[in-house]
Design a protein around this ligand. Structure first.
Ligand code: FCB
Length: 456
């Protein structure tokens, strides 16, 4: 086990997002979001819950910042709820919504915690969805208006901006497989949505730079390294396709290569692009390739691919994902820390971002308080330990990794899973809203204090 120190300017943080923690869904002029609407559809959320109250962070934010301070967090990644700022998506600005984030930022700064703001973590104003949401270009234009309002107000104090969180989820899970808001199942809409999300990112970069001089601007992608289950040509082909669908479709245009030709061909052959790539207009690819200061990477697991169409010689059951014999979190995601190392090496080699932050990494385990009032979440500590060792190895191999954000600061509303999945380093009792830092929080606090991975 290595115990070398991280670079002295390495940033240690934790992440959350607005809809997952804030609650107060209809207070102080907040407009309806697609998650308010979607979570009320019967069957949409596994435990029938929604984010109406969540962690009640909208009222408890001072206490939550006190916990961050106690843990020694240097940086806090949170997201801004568009419908609090522009309740109708565009037009009238809700000053009370802006004030909430302005006060939050002031309190973070007063506690020496650097605010790292995500502009879109999936809570689109419902009024924009009623016009087609991300499947239409006008939503990208509305995003620019929203970004202008937010960064004009906060850009002097917030100097780290993420335009979008995981456009793969926002487009594919939202418009193609229906597991996320708005709950649609339509490939052409999903692919158009992916483009409009990326386009709005490119437009926003300019606006942020204008309103927040000296700011660092980037985008966060959820990247999943893909490996074939066997050396068969069919499995390798399935792996190429998955990597294109999940990773390259977003990385390639952001780094100036346009959409990957093999994927355009695959989608066209499958009838998913009935209008071709007509949603890509002149100049869009240049806009999307706007220079950024960092790439945010969210890493949770890898994918092992077996071609579902082709029977294998060994007659194993056919599946798209082959389950390797390994440990799994309660989300059913494989624990595979080496995948993070491989991913960092690959992204550095293939795309050479100016800087990389791990903007999310963590694990769902439901361990709660036991007799001594403590939360002994040893599996989470092991997970964080192993992934931080992977980061350390990547830095030693020359990867420009500038910081790490654990997902999540506290247990929260885990989208389609509701409250049953707990990713937090801080336990939340949803009956009383009491917070209890878990053993992983104390462990992480020592990592930060020593700038070194701690023994488990
Ligand atoms: C990511 C999301 C984040 C959280 C984690 C578990 O895809 O960005 O909000 O739900 O997964």
């Amino acid at each position: 086990m290595s115990l070398s120190r991280f670079p002295t300017d390495f940033l240690w943080g934790a992440a959350t997002s607005s809809y997952q923690i804030e609650g107060a869904w209809n207070e102080d002029g907040r407009g309806e979001s697609i998650w308010d609407r979607f979570s009320r559809q019967p069957g949409a959320i596994k435990d029938g819950s929604n984010g109406d109250v969540a962690c009640d962070h909208y009222h408890r934010w001072r206490d939550d910042i006190a916990i961050m301070k106690q843990l020694g967090l240097q940086v806090y990644r949170f997201s801004i709820a568009w419908p609090r700022i522009l309740p109708n998506g565009r037009g009238a600005v809700n000053q009370k919504g802006l004030k909430f984030y302005s006060d939050l930022v002031d309190e973070l700064l007063a506690n020496d915690i650097v605010p790292f703001a995500t502009l879109y973590h999936w809570d689109l104003p419902q009024t924009l969805q009623d016009e087609g949401g991300w499947a239409v270009r006008s939503t990208a234009e509305a995003f620019v208006e929203y970004v202008d309002v937010v960064t004009s107000a906060l850009g002097g104090r917030v100097k780290q901006w993420i335009t979008h969180n995981e456009p793969w989820c926002a487009s594919i899970l939202g418009y193609q497989n229906g597991e996320h808001a708005p709950g649609l199942q339509d490939w052409p809409s999903a692919l158009a949505a992916s483009h409009h999300l990326l386009l709005s990112h490119g437009w926003a970069v300019d606006v942020i730079r204008r309103n927040s001089p000296g700011a660092q601007v980037g985008i966060t992608l959820n990247l999943t390294p893909a490996e074939p289950a066997s050396s068969s040509q069919h499995d390798q082909e399935a792996t190429r396709h998955f990597d294109g669908f999940f990773n390259r479709w977003f990385l390639d245009p952001i780094y100036g290569r346009g959409y990957p030709a093999d994927m355009v061909a695959d989608y066209a052959a499958a009838g998913r692009l009935p209008g071709g790539m007509a949603f890509v207009q002149a100049g869009d690819l240049e806009t999307i390739a706007a220079a950024t200061d960092f790439l945010g990477i969210n890493y949770y697991s890898r994918a092992v691919l077996r071609n579902s169409q082709v029977p294998e010689a060994d007659n194993e059951p056919r599946s798209v994902f082959q389950a390797p014999e390994n440990e799994w979190t309660e989300m059913g995601w494989e624990v595979y820390a080496d995948g993070l190392y491989q991913l960092l090496i690959r992204v550095q080699a293939d795309y050479n971002p100016a800087n990389i932050y791990i903007t999310e990494n963590g694990a769902s385990y439901s361990d709660g308080p036991n007799g001594d009032g403590k939360v002994h979440d040893h599996r989470r500590i092991q997970y964080l330990h192993d992934h931080l060792v992977a980061c350390e190895r990547a830095i030693q191999a020359g990867v420009k990794l500038g910081g790490y954000f654990a997902w999540s600061l506290m247990d929260n509303f885990e989208w389609g899973w509701g409250y049953k999945q707990r990713f937090g380093m801080v336990w939340v009792d949803y009956e009383t809203q009491q917070r209890v830092p878990k053993e992983s929080a104390h462990w992480y606090s020592r990592v930060i204090a020593h700038n070194t991975v701690q023994p488990v």
